[in-house]
Design a protein around this ligand. Structure first.
Ligand code: ADP
Length: 164
């Protein structure tokens, strides 16, 4: 009998995708048969890039990583994950500051569905202080973000921010 495919959802805003996110995706595909990168549609924050733009950016920069799928979702993550027949939700843990919120989310999601397991992954220490907001702030101030995002993201950020 063939083994059930292990599917994980990696949800987030990805506004835009950074090298920290990519680091987590590379680790996740080592242990899962398929990793679905799911861009959240219904967030309170007002994102710089539209959902479609964020998905395009992701598609462009992870095209060498097999066993990935790019999607977007609305509503409850748990419902979406179950619909996708996923067994796990992946989250990146950067620092202690992430922990409290992530623990709360993981426990709430477990309450909503016992079937789903939240898996935390630590990025390379080079990315442990990185998030999309910092990247956008630096880009706006013309700071050097070359080591934080892939070249394509850098170009699209400049285009978006300075209409270059
Ligand atoms: P952010 O706006 O903080 O980048 P996202 O919603 O896009 O957040 O993040 C999606 C997931 O990726 C979250 O689990 C978050 O902790 C994780 N993540 C974000 N940046 C990094 C990073 N630099 N290293 C590891 N994980 C990260």
């Amino acid at each position: 009998m063939s083994r059930e495919k292990k599917i994980a959802i990696y949800p987030g805003t990805f506004d835009p995708i950074t090298n920290g996110h990519i680091d987590i995706i590379r680790r996740a595909v080592v242990i899962f048969d398929k990793v679905i990168i799911a861009v959240a549609r219904n967030i309170q924050k007002s994102p710089l890039f539209s959902v479609e733009e964020r998905m395009d950016l992701i598609r462009h920069v992870i095209n060498d990583i097999h066993a990935t799928e790019i999607d977007s979702f609305d509503g409850l993550l748990v419902d979406y994950a179950l619909e996708k027949k996923a067994q796990a939700i992946i989250r990146g843990l950067r620092a202690v500051s992430d922990f409290e919120y992530e623990l709360q989310m993981a426990l709430v999601n477990r309450k909503l569905s016992e079937k789903l397991i939240t898996v935390f992954m630590m990025p390379h220490e080079n990315y442990s202080y990185l998030n999309s907001s910092i990247v956008k702030e630096l880009a706006l101030l013309d700071g050097d973000i070359e080591s934080f995002v892939p070249e394509h993201v850098l170009q699209q950020l400049k285009k978006k921010l300075f209409k270059k």
